[in-house]
Write a protein that binds this ligand. Structure first.
Ligand SMILES: Nc1ncnc2c1ncn2[C@@H]1O[C@H](COP(=O)(O)OP(=O)(O)OP(=O)(O)O)[C@@H](O)[C@H]1O
Ligand SMILES: CC(=O)N[C@H]1[C@@H]2OC[C@@H](O2)[C@@H](O)[C@@H]1O[C@H](C)C(=O)O
Length: 373
């Protein structure tokens, strides 16, 4: 393993992320020195074939050495190496790996697919294993995008695209996570409060897959045709997670109770109820913030779901906008975040802190592997 401490300088870094929804690998180039965003570059996506998603699904919840994990790890490295080959201009790669299990208070956190293998396959330095050090120091190990959200807010202000502050970035992936941040403060440590909000797309996707063999509720059209069962929403909000103070993080299946809760409903009512449960979880999260945000900037796949965006506006009481309104690509924020974090790891700068993961101080996570290392 290499040490951090690379000299300050602009680099083209490729960030790669395969999220909890197991739909594929996102990759995006970022021009940065780990402190300032100078520009956004090309991006790409490598979907998982159905059989590949099955391999990953079969390994969910498992730890190193357990059945199915080696196959998932090999698949992760193969898929990322194939996509990285499309980005020869990248000087370094930030590789998140596939989260299979996350239990920060217990067994730790597990992202499958060793980065040293990806470094050899791509011939580039790879920064990986971003979460372990934070967990080792007593943090949640997640979310890690917040320092990048803060950098985005500063970029947007510098471009004259954002005036209001503080703002909230909301990522709607399989799980939801939000960052409250103040762009007027330069150092992300101390300028951010972040946590996972609750279930987002994962329970909805699981229901669509089980009942209709579909990957998602396209555009939120099924949900828009259904009736929300408020009794189920109220029951969801009684889950102890919402009473916990921030920072806090979730495993993908922490809200498995949602499946049985909608089992007796027709498909449209189930979709509407699961969609509003995700939005209500965000609304509960807003109550934990230091101040009310001036705007909620939504990224991640859930912003393509019109019913979910409408539910957020109805349940949160703050202006809701897609980050794309600021000139950003809301599908690539997480991939860009791991490019940003990789640059910070190379420079020896912190990647998380008390406000974002609950770690006792600023944490410099991540491991660096060189192609021949
Ligand atoms: N057009 C669409 N209509 C409805 N939902 C959509 C659409 N596009 C994406 N989504 C939802 O967004 C999900 C993917 O979101 P995203 O790629 O942000 O998640 P992820 O990165 O895998 O997860 P996480 O952020 O939890 O790690 C899909 O699984 C789907 O539920
Ligand atoms: C352990 C893990 O992989 N968590 C993911 C997941 O997906 C969303 C949410 O749960 C967030 O905590 C995190 O990812 C993003 C990229 C993060 O760390 O900011």
């Amino acid at each position: 393993m290499q040490r951090a401490g690379w000299p300050k300088g602009r680099m083209q870094v490729l960030g790669m992320m395969s999220g909890t929804s197991l739909d594929g690998v996102d990759a995006a180039l970022l021009d940065t020195d780990g402190e300032t965003i100078f520009g956004f570059g090309r991006s790409g996506f490598r979907p998982y074939a159905a059989a590949e998603a099955d391999v990953l699904h079969a390994a969910l919840g498992r730890w190193p050495g357990e059945p199915g994990v080696a196959a998932a790890a090999a698949l992760s490295v193969d898929a990322h190496a194939a996509l990285a080959a499309d980005f020869p201009e990248a000087a370094a790669i930030g590789y998140h790996g596939q989260t299979l299990a996350h239990d920060p208070g217990g067994r730790g956190t597990h992202q499958a697919g060793p980065g040293w293998q990806l470094a050899r396959r791509t011939g580039r330095p790879v920064v990986w294993d971003f979460r372990t050090e934070d967990v080792r120091q007593g943090g949640e190990g997640a979310p890690l995008a917040p320092f990048f959200h803060h950098a985005l807010s500063r970029w947007a202000v510098s471009q004259g695209r954002l005036e209001a502050a503080p703002v909230v970035f909301l990522n709607l992936g399989g799980v939801g996570n939000l960052t409250w941040c103040d762009p007027r403060r330069a150092d992300p440590v101390g300028a951010c409060v972040a946590f996972d909000t609750g279930p987002a797309n994962a329970p909805l996707n699981d229901m669509m897959r089980a009942r209709r063999g579909l990957a998602r509720d396209e555009g939120g059209r099924l949900a828009a045709a259904g009736q929300v069962r408020e009794g189920v929403i109220a029951a969801v909000l009684r889950h102890p997670y919402f009473a916990r103070p921030a920072p806090k993080s979730l495993d993908r299946d922490s809200f498995a109770m949602l499946g049985p809760a909608v089992a007796q409903m027709d498909d449209a009512d189930a979709a509407a109820t699961l969609t509003h449960a995700a939005a209500a979880a965000v609304g509960a999260g807003l109550k934990l913030l230091p101040t009310r945000p001036a705007a909620m900037l939504v990224c991640g796949g859930g912003r393509h779901n019109g019913a979910m965006m409408a539910a957020l506006a109805a349940r949160c009481g703050v202006p809701v906008r897609a980050v794309d309104d600021l000139g950003l690509d809301g599908d690539m924020i997480e991939a860009q975040a791991f490019a940003w974090l990789a640059a910070r790891v190379l420079r020896g700068l912190p990647t998380s802190g008390p406000g974002t993961t609950g770690a006792p101080g600023a944490v410099g996570g991540g491991r660096i592997s060189l192609p021949a290392g």
